[in-house]
Structure formats: structure tokens, C-alpha cells
Design a protein around this ligand. Structure first.
Ligand SMILES: O=C(O)CCC(=O)C(=O)O
Ligand SMILES: [Fe+2]
Length: 388
């Protein structure tokens, strides 16, 4: 099966005959068996197709109605495909230089070197990620006019990207680190009205692990309780413990240019990357009303707390200053970061480690390796020493 991102027909060829998906079903079943029930992913036939809203793209009232009803909006081909494919090449070329791709392969194919597997929280991940993060074209995409115009129609006011753009670079068959079920507010904070825009950088069929949303879940209208997870972001919640939530997960075989938009309370997750050898590359950026408060950590480069990275570092090789420090002209109130979600997850990981949970142990090991002198690093080392 080809994932050549510049071939639409290749993207469509694996569009879902049951027969074609069977091997995936088997593999998925196997990789899910080790997970506790609330973290297991629905089988493919329980995943429904995202509702596409290209037909109402210019109709503000209908966009708002659909967002209020479904808790998401999905558009095919919204972003410029050639721009994204150029970005894909630039990003993957840096990843290849960092040893993440099989040497001698075309970077555009994203063929992963299994020996380089790492994820957010690992120092090796941050090293390469921060090279990618310096790309001007990566940050410029967040300002795409077609996207901002659409967001302004949806919200009926002036919108801006938050400075902290995010790329996800997910290795194949590393499924215990898949982004778990969560609401974005626990990570990005600010206001519940912020909109996340998730776009694959290259085609992203289901088996490569695109995003799935729980239809209508934003209607809970509050931040639900999250718990420790080994998956990206370290926080997951369990929709089955809330009787007002359904189990209507929606996803699609994404193509380059597609964009999924949802507010901060919509429950969502990534599907596992079950491919044999392909990296999943995507971006998820957040947008807010000009004038709304912003959480202070969203003013900093992503994963800057793992390894120091300033905006001056990011801008070092840019040839334009148009989008440098662009947010400073707006006077958005800055809110302190709410740390309680991650602090609680850390405490849970400590307890789980003490009771022999290997996932929690791996999580603490990561923290101890990454930052042995921080408070959490010291606690992690002590707890790990106690269970050895
Ligand atoms: O791409 C992923 O794995 C996670 C993305 C996500 O949770 C988001 O866009 O909010
Ligand atoms: Fe998210």
C-alpha cells in the first residue's frame, strides 16, 4: 500500500473496502489487548465518517449551527496542498538528518527508522522536534488566510493563532504512546471557546492514526476529570463514566489539505499508527478571539520546558519578520498556567508505579532521565529506586 502524499489516487485506493481493512482489524485487536478497557479504541466499524462542511463554508449561521450540534467542523482541501507538501518535505528532511528516517529513502515518504523511535517527553524527540520547530514555513501555515477567514466566519469576530504551534511526529507501531481520549482545555487552557485546527501534513489514512472526535461531546459544557496516561499529553478521560456521552466516534481517511476544527471541550483522541513503517506528521494549532485571555505557556514555543528554546532561537534563520512576535500587538490578558491537571496525573503515576504498573514506571523513568534535578525528577527517581 502506498502512502505517497502527492498521489490522490493512492490515498483513495485504500479507502475502506472491508476486505482491505481486515489485516488492520487483526493487528489493531492485538495491539489493543494490553490496554485497560477504557483506553481501548473502538473497532473500525464503530468509527463513523466525519460530516464534511465544505458545502456550507460561506454560511456563517449554518457553520455555527453545525459546530453547536456536532462539536466539530470538518473541511476537505481547505489548506493549500502544495504548500503543505513543501512543508512536509522540509520537515521530513530535517527528521532524516536527525536519524528518524531510513537513510537513502525519499524523505517525502516518511519511512521511519524503527531504532529511532521516541515520543514527546523523550529528550531524543525534543532534539529533532526543535529542529523542525525552527522552520519558518511551519509557523507561517498557522496564518493561512483561508483558515483564518473561515474561523472568523465561525466565531463572527477577529481571530488569531496562539503563538504555540504544535507538530506531531508519530512513529509507527508505538501505539502505547498514542494521544489518548481528552479535552484540549486541560492542555491549552485560556477559554473554552478556543478552536483547535488539526491538519495532516501529507495524506493520513486511518491506519496512520489520524484524529477521531466524539460527536456532540462539547455539550458536557465543563472540563471533565482526567487521569494519568502514558499516551501523548499524559492525560486521558473515560467517556464511558459519563452517561450523557454517546459512543459516536467520527474520523476519516484524511488527505493533505483537510482540516478538522473543534472547541476546547470536545472529546477527541488519535487513532494508533498501525502502519509498518510510516511516520505520521500533522499539525494542531489553536486559535482565539483577539482580546480573549491566553494561558501564559501558550506564549512559548512547544516543548520549551523539555529543552530550552526561545522565539529568538526559532527565528534565527527566518527571511521575514512578518510573523515574528505578531501577538505582541494584541493586548490579550495572560492567565497563569493551571498545573493541577498534570500534577494530579504525576501523583497517580507515582501511586501506580508503587503498585507495579509498568506504564507508569516508564513515565516516571522518562521524567527522571529528562530532568533529574527538578522536584518531579527527584520524586520519580526515589519512587523508581523503591520498586527496583
Ligand atoms: O495529533 C495527535 O495525536 C493529537 C492531536 C490533538 O489532540 C489535538 O489536535 O488537539
Ligand atoms: Fe487534543
Amino acid at each position: 500500500m502506498s502512502f505517497a502524499p502527492d498521489s490522490r489516487s493512492a490515498g483513495k485506493s485504500h479507502r475502506t473496502s472491508r476486505h482491505q481493512r481486515d489485516p488492520w482489524v487483526k493487528r489493531m485487536t492485538r495491539s489493543q489487548e494490553a490496554l485497560p478497557p477504557h483506553q481501548q479504541l473502538p473497532m473500525p466499524d464503530r468509527l463513523l465518517e466525519l460530516r464534511q462542511s465544505n458545502d456550507v463554508q460561506d454560511d456563517a449561521a449554518e457553520l455555527q449551527r453545525r459546530l453547536a450540534e456536532d462539536g466539530y467542523l470538518f473541511f476537505r482541501g481547505l489548506l493549500d496542498r502544495h504548500r503543505l507538501l513543501n512543508l512536509r518535505r522540509e520537515m521530513l528532511t530535517l527528521m532524516q538528518a536527525g536519524g528518524w528516517l531510513v537513510q537513502g529513502t525519499d524523505p517525502i515518504d516518511g519511512i521511519a527508522n524503527p531504532d529511532a523511535r521516541s515520543t514527546e517527553g523523550d529528550a531524543e524527540y525534543t532534539d529533532v522536534y526543535h529542529q523542525v520547530y525552527r522552520l519558518q514555513s511551519f509557523h507561517e501555515i498557522a496564518h493561512s488566510r483561508e483558515l483564518i477567514d473561515l474561523l472568523e466566519r465561525i466565531r463572527g469576530c477577529t481571530m488569531m493563532p496562539q503563538p504555540q504551534n504544535v507538530a506531531r511526529l508519530w512513529f509507527p507501531k508505538f501505539t502505547e504512546h498514542t494521544t489518548p481520549i481528552h479535552q484540549d482545555f486541560v492542555h491549552f487552557q485560556g477559554t473554552h471557546d478556543n478552536l483547535t485546527c488539526w491538519s495532516p501534513i501529507g495524506d493520513c489514512p486511518r491506519e496512520l492514526g489520524g484524529l477521531a472526535v466524539l460527536k456532540g461531546s462539547h455539550k458536557v459544557d465543563r472540563v471533565l476529570e482526567h487521569h494519568f496516561s502514558l499516551g501523548a499529553g499524559s492525560l486521558h478521560m473515560d467517556p464511558t463514566t459519563h452517561s450523557e456521552l454517546n459512543d459516536e466516534w467520527h474520523t476519516t481517511d484524511y488527505e493533505v489539505g483537510d482540516t478538522l476544527i473543534f472547541p476546547a471541550l470536545t472529546i477527541h483522541k488519535a487513532l494508533p499508527n498501525l502502519t509498518d513503517d510510516r511516520l505520521r506528521v500533522s499539525l494542531d494549532n489553536r486559535y482565539q478571539r483577539v482580546g480573549d485571555p491566553i494561558a501564559e505557556h501558550m506564549l512559548n514555543p512547544h516543548l520549551g520546558s523539555m529543552s530550552p528554546l526561545t522565539w529568538d532561537d526559532v527565528y534565527e534563520n527566518w527571511d521575514s519578520d512578518e510573523y515574528q512576535y505578531y501577538w505582541k500587538k494584541h493586548d490579550n490578558p495572560v492567565l497563569p498556567k493551571i498545573t493541577e491537571y498534570l500534577d494530579k496525573a504525576f501523583d497517580e503515576a507515582v501511586e501506580l508505579t508503587r503498585s507495579g504498573d509498568e506504564r507508569a514506571q516508564l513515565h516516571l523513568q522518562r521524567i527522571a532521565n529528562r530532568d533529574p534535578t527538578s522536584d518531579q525528577g527527584k520524586v520519580a527517581s526515589e519512587v523508581l529506586a523503591g520498586v527496583e
